[in-house]
Write a protein that binds this ligand. Structure first.
Ligand SMILES: Nc1nc2c(ncn2[C@@H]2O[C@H](COP(=O)(O)OP(=O)(O)OP(=O)(O)O)[C@@H](O)[C@H]2O)c(=O)[nH]1
Ligand SMILES: [Mg+2]
Length: 199
């Protein structure tokens, strides 16, 4: 399977800048610096999303159109849990993310990224509680798995299972850096889009 042909459709700092909700969307959310933009670039095969070692790089919602037999969009959300922004700025981000997640009719699925080395932290759990409450489907994806040796990955995953980190769906393991799991995630997303009702 080859990379998707994608292009940036829109950048939104405010809800009224969202493009029309006419195409199915898959959104990527997670703490700042977890690797959302890197993963999107790996999926799209192009560096369309901005990546930075400094947390808080993505401060807008970015919509990417994917050309496909059944067109869809990938949506890069600003990261949460980034402490050094001022309170007002954090509140603006939260409002922007929540208004997208809670009200977007074309949102098929949210993919929550969690650093495989750290597991679910408090704000990841808060987000899960909130998405559960509003009935939003979320698929868990562990990122940066290249930071843990192949031999140890199974036992780390088993420990997370034991701690009750996830109950509904099996998480996927990816690395945007060494491309572990990228093809699997692509097939997974294509399957979700194919199963969705036409808009
Ligand atoms: N080793 C490794 N590093 C990664 C991986 N994914 C991202 N990184 C690094 O982690 C840092 C943050 O990556 P981003 O993709 O900008 O993270 P983000 O989640 O979009 O961050 P915000 O936009 O701040 O929310 C960068 O230095 C990346 O090079 C990965 O799979 N493995
Ligand atoms: Mg980003």
């Amino acid at each position: 399977m080859s990379a998707w042909q994608a292009e940036l459709l829109a950048t939104a700092f405010l809800p009224d800048q969202f493009p029309d909700a006419t195409v199915p969307e898959i959104a990527f959310l997670g703490r700042s610096n977890v690797g959302k933009s890197t993963l999107l670039n790996a999926l799209m095969g192009r560096r369309l999303a901005h990546v930075s070692g400094t947390p808080g790089k993505t401060s807008s919602i970015n919509f990417f159109d994917v050309r496909h037999a059944r067109p869809f969009r990938l949506v890069d959300l600003p990261g949460y849990g980034f402490a050094s922004r001022c309170q007002k700025e954090r509140a603006r981000w939260q409002k922007l993310i929540e208004s997208y997640l809670a009200d977007r009719e074309s949102l098929l699925l949210s993919i929550q990224l969690v650093d495989f080395r750290h597991g679910l932290l408090e704000n990841d759990r808060h987000l899960q509680e909130w998405t559960n409450r509003i009935g939003l489907p979320v698929q868990l994806v562990f990122t940066k798995v290249d930071k843990i040796s192949r031999g140890r990955r199974k036992s780390v995953l088993a420990a997370y299972h034991k701690a009750g980190f996830f109950s509904l769906t099996e998480p996927l393991l990816v690395s945007g850096t060494d491309r572990t799991g990228i093809e699997e995630l692509r097939s997974f997303i294509e399957g979700i889009v194919a199963e969705s009702r036409p808009q």
